[in-house]
Each structure stands twice: as structure tokens, then as C-alpha cells.
Ligand binder design. Structure first.
Ligand SMILES: Nc1ncnc2c1ncn2[C@@H]1O[C@H](COP(=O)(O)OP(=O)(O)OP(=O)(O)O)[C@@H](O)[C@H]1O
Ligand SMILES: [Mg+2]
Length: 412
């Protein structure tokens, strides 16, 4: 590269940089400082190591050019002390000492260049070119790290926001589910209550309204009301989160989830069969409500698919197997089944084939998150043909595989 080009190249980088120049010999200092003003817009001067160190402690510099042999504090000691504060600043030594001992100790102190005095203009420019290249590389590395960090920060923030949104939507969805299920469960007792009230009116009209009749209707009515209020109580308990992790029975949790659908299954003629080996240990350590949330999502999907398919016999078949160190819970329905497209995408957030009022498409996404992240298991979906009471059925199946995790017995 031409001499002129080199100067231009150095200038293009050095112009915005701050330089600390440490030199005890006044005439050398003046000459070099004059020369350096061609490159640096901001130069501070110190006449010994101590003064240099003090300036460094009070200001920010991108580069230091220093002599070695100086009164009060020498260049090597100053560099060693500066290095304790800042490992990055670029340091260039200009010294009359070509002695290897000086050279080694200055390299140990961590410098980027060494020029022997008396310096020629050319020597100085070469050394500046090297050191400035080093500063530029550091700067772009730093800028890269900062932009990388910003990118990571903004991505993880976005991820947290989406996650929070999904959780709140899933909560809303299960609220909707809960209200829908209460409605199902209330339909029958509400009808009956209506009949009880009407029977009082018609008994009065037919003039057969006796005290006994009133008594029997009131107690029937009270019974129905109790049933309805216990439904609400059950739902309230179901949807209040578990306080702590425990060894809970998977069978109890499945039955609890099924009870939630009792009314909906009855009104839609859905039969549910649960099979598992008695006497096996079906306990699992974790939050029972998380497992129940997953199960409710699967039951709700099975119900939708059965209603949509509208076949004669509607069956949900659940079976539990203990395989080596794992528990496999399979839920099959004989509804519409899974097309290839649905099978590929059903665990994606917001993927739904249902209309706006019926589905948001987060049920299975949340279920997968819970199973894999919280329960440390896995969930898969496939089509399956299964035998039940000598008849063959086919539809969608979901399998949850959980590790056999239990807390130590003494914690029970
Ligand atoms: N048992 C099943 N049989 C057939 N298709 C199913 C079954 N379960 C899920 N799917 C398909 O997978 C899609 C995604 O299910 P997911 O539970 O995530 O959302 P959704 O039920 O549509 O809405 P949400 O659960 O948020 O109310 C469903 O829209 C449906 O197309
Ligand atoms: Mg769903």
C-alpha cells in the first residue's frame, strides 16, 4: 500500500479515537505529539507513568503510546496497573530500549506494538496501522456482541410475551370449557326442576295440591338444587390450581377429568371406557392439575370429533400401560380421525380446523408444552383401530408417555 494510502486508512479510523501519550523527554514529546495530531483529534499528554495512570483512571482512552524509562513511574509498571483496570485498551510502546528483558516484560504486560527510538515517521505509521487495525477489529467484535445480545434479548422477550399470551388464552379457553360443561351438567336437573314447578301448578289447577304433595315436590326440588350446587363446587375445586407437587394417582386424576364431562358425554351419547391393570402403581410425582388440564384438552377434542362424526356408537377408550420405566396413557376415540395435514400440524399453536367460536387451536400446543416441559414426558398423535367388546373401532389416538417418577417414600 502506498504511504499516502496508509495515512488515509489510519486517519479514517483514528479520527474519533482518544489517545494518551506518555513521554518524559520534552523535545521528543513535542515532536511526536505534533506528528500524532495529524491522526488523533483528542490527545492527552503525560510526562511520566504515574501521571499517565492518573489520567487513565479519570478518562476513557482508546489507545496509549508510552515510553518505558521514565522518572517516578516507568512505562512497564504503568501498563501493568492499567491492565488491572482495562484489558482492552490498545498500548504501543516507543522506547530506546531494545533490550530483550524489556521486550519480554512489556509483552507479558500485554501490548499491541513496540517501536525502538529514535523513531522514523515510517516506523510510527506502520505501528499505528497495526494497532489501529486491532482497535477496529475489537470495536466490530464488540458491536457484533452487542447486536447479538440485543437480538437474543428481543427474541427472548418476544418469546415470553407469546408464551404469556398463550397461557392467558388457554386459561380463557378452559374457562369457556368449564362454563360449557356446567351448562351440560345443569341441563338435566334444570329440566327436572322445571317439571317440579309445573307439577305444582297443575296439581293446584286439578285441586289435588295436598301438604304431602308440596312436601315431596319441595324435597325433590331441593335435591336437584343441591346437585347443581355440588356441580359448581366440583368445578371450582377442579379449576383451582394445585398448591404443591405430590405423588398423585393418575387414575384419580383421569376420573376427575371424566367427571367434568359427565353431563356433556351423557347429552351427546358418548360412552367412556377406562382400562388399567389393578394393583399396578399408577402414581406420578408432579402437579396433578397440570396433568388434568392436558387430559381435559384431549377429552374435549375427542368429544368434538365424535359429535362431528355423528356415528351410531360414540366411544372414548382410555387405557394405561406400565412399560419398563414408563407409563403410557392412550386415549382413543372413534370420531373423524386425523388427516395427514392435521397430523402434521395439530401441536402447532393456533392450528385449528374448528370455527372461531369452537376452537382457538392452543389446546394441544399447551398440552404438549406441559407434558414435555413440566411432566418430562412426551405426547404423540396417530390414527388407530382398536378392539373393544369384540367390535373394531377406528379414529384418532393420543398417547402420553410419562417417566415413572415418584418422590422418595418417606415424603409420602
Ligand atoms: N381427537 C381428535 N380427532 C380429530 N381431530 C383432532 C382431535 N384432536 C385434535 N384434532 C385436530 O387438531 C386440531 C388442534 O387441536 P387443539 O386442541 O390444539 O385446538 P382446537 O381443539 O381446535 O381448539 P382449542 O383446544 O384451543 O379450543 C383440532 O382443530 C382438530 O382439527
Ligand atoms: Mg382442543
Amino acid at each position: 500500500m502506498l504511504y499516502k494510502d496508509k495515512i488515509l486508512k489510519i486517519k479514517s479510523i483514528s479520527q474519533g479515537l482518544r489517545l494518551l501519550y506518555v513521554e518524559d523527554n520534552e523535545s521528543v514529546r513535542l515532536t511526536n505529539a505534533q506528528l500524532l495530531t495529524n491522526f488523533f483529534t483528542h490527545i492527552d499528554i503525560a510526562s511520566n507513568g504515574l501521571e499517565g495512570l492518573e489520567k487513565f483512571e479519570q478518562n476513557h482512552y482508546d489507545m496509549i503510546i508510552t515510553d518505558i524509562n521514565m522518572p517516578i513511574m516507568g512505562g512497564i509498571e504503568m501498563i501493568e496497573r492499567i491492565r488491572q483496570i482495562d484489558n482492552d485498551v490498545t498500548i504501543l510502546i516507543v522506547s530506546a530500549y531494545s533490550d530483550t528483558e524489556y521486550l519480554t516484560s512489556s509483552i507479558k504486560a500485554g501490548i499491541q506494538g513496540y517501536i525502538i527510538k529514535p523513531t522514523s515517521m515510517e516506523q510510527l505509521i506502520d505501528a499505528l496501522e497495526n494497532s489501529i487495525g486491532y482497535i477496529k477489529a475489537k470495536q466490530s467484535q464488540k458491536a457484533y456482541q452487542i447486536s447479538l445480545k440485543n437480538q437474543v434479548d428481543s427474541e427472548s422477550k418476544k418469546r415470553q410475551e407469546t408464551e404469556a399470551l398463550l397461557i392467558s388464552q388457554s386459561k380463557m379457553a378452559s374457562m369457556g370449557e368449564m362454563i360449557g360443561n356446567i351448562a351440560h351438567q345443569w341441563r338435566q336437573p334444570l329440566n327436572e326442576l322445571g317439571l317440579v314447578i309445573q307439577s305444582c301448578k297443575s296439581a293446584y289447577e286439578r285441586e289435588i295440591l295436598s301438604a304431602d304433595f308440596i312436601d315431596s315436590r319441595v324435597s325433590k326440588g331441593m335435591l336437584l338444587i343441591e346437585k347443581m350446587s355440588s356441580t359448581i363446587e366440583n368445578f371450582r375445586n377442579f379449576y383451582s390450581p394445585s398448591k404443591s407437587q405430590s405423588n398423585f394417582s393418575l387414575i384419580d386424576s383421569i376420573n376427575k377429568s371424566l367427571a367434568i364431562f359427565e353431563g356433556a358425554f351423557r347429552n351427546n351419547d358418548i360412552e367412556c371406557v377406562l382400562e388399567y391393570e389393578e394393583g399396578e402403581d399408577w402414581r406420578f410425582y408432579g402437579y396433578s392439575d397440570e396433568f388434568e388440564q392436558v387430559f381435559v384438552n384431549l377429552l374435549s377434542n375427542a368429544k368434538d370429533s365424535l359429535v362431528e362424526h355423528n356415528n351410531f356408537e360414540r366411544i372414548i377408550y382410555i387405557n394405561l400401560k406400565s412399560v419398563n420405566s414408563r407409563i403410557e396413557i392412550e386415549l382413543c376415540d372413534n370420531g373423524i380421525g386425523l388427516s395427514n395435514e392435521v397430523k402434521k400440524r395439530l401441536f402447532e399453536p393456533y392450528y385449528t380446523t374448528k370455527d372461531d367460536t369452537k376452537g382457538t387451536g392452543i389446546g394441544l400446543y399447551m398440552s404438549k408444552e406441559i407434558v414435555s416441559k413440566h411432566l418430562k414426558g412426551s405426547i404423540e398423535a396417530y390414527n388407530k383401530t382398536y378392539e373393544l367388546r369384540g367390535k373394531s373401532h377406528n379414529g384418532a389416538a393420543f398417547k402420553i408417555t410419562l417417566p415413572h417418577v415418584k418422590e422418595t417414600e418417606d415424603a409420602l
